[in-house]
Design a protein around this ligand. Structure first.
Ligand code: SF4
Ligand code: SF4
Length: 211
């Protein structure tokens, strides 16, 4: 990376750093000490995931076992490294968090017990909150279609999920050739299997919507 590129990247990163702490007579005194520093995205991820981002020591074991690494633009462990080093823009704009399937392979392999799947969740949340342009738009539509099924039925309903996803993307023929095989193997139930306490699930959505 050239000196100019580095300068430009650092400038962009600044826009991802939260505002300075509140002011006030007491607060001014506290702010004047050198111990106060800005709340960074790395801090925010650590708080949301209840684990320190700096725990990861970059052994790469997570990426070596990731089943979708091949499709990602940056290896999962390198997304952690970008966050550790403050290259937030690069991390938040990466395809990797969106392609992460949340399979937990990385989390179970990590010698430091760092939950990388949870880390990816937080990166996705923050990318949306910061208004970062997500290249993988269909994946967001898939997430929404999936959550709609959970909200309605309390569990995944594959046919409803596929139908809603196709309506959202208008990509009607994507993977259509897999449907017969999945149906005959019992992977596509035509009717949903609702859970008993659907009201409970709906109330969770109500309480957490917008958070
Ligand atoms: S396995 Fe754990 S410590 Fe190693 S790179 Fe991945 S997250 Fe970091
Ligand atoms: S949870 Fe995501 S990053 Fe981790 S192994 Fe699975 S797909 Fe890869």
């Amino acid at each position: 990376m050239s000196a100019n590129d580095l300068k430009a990247t650092k400038k962009l990163q600044a826009s991802f750093i939260s505002p300075t702490p509140q002011t006030g007579p007491d607060q001014d005194h506290i702010n004047s000490t050198e111990h106060i520093r800005e709340h960074t995205i790395a801090d925010e991820i650590s708080e949301r995931t209840f684990q320190d981002v700096s725990l990861c020591y970059q052994c790469g074991k997570c990426s070596a076992g990731c089943p979708v690494r091949y499709y990602m633009d940056i290896a999962p462990n390198k997304v952690v490294r970008l966050i550790q080093l403050g290259f937030y823009e690069d991390a938040l704009k990466s395809d990797t968090p969106w392609l992460c399937a949340g399979c937990l392979t990385c989390s179970t392999r990590c010698p430091k017990e760092f939950d990388l799947a949870k880390f990816m969740d937080a990166v996705r949340e923050i990318a949306i909150e910061k208004g970062v342009e997500i290249k993988q738009k269909n994946i967001i539509k898939f997430h929404k279609a999936f959550l709609d099924q959970i909200k309605s039925h309390g569990r995944a309903y594959e046919v409803g999920l596929v139908a809603e996803y196709k309506m959202k993307t208008m990509d009607l023929f994507q993977d259509v050739d897999s449907a017969p095989g999945m149906y005959f193997k019992g992977k596509l139930g035509l009717l949903p299997h609702n859970i008993k306490d659907r009201k409970g699930v709906k109330s969770i959505f109500k309480k957490t919507s917008g958070k």
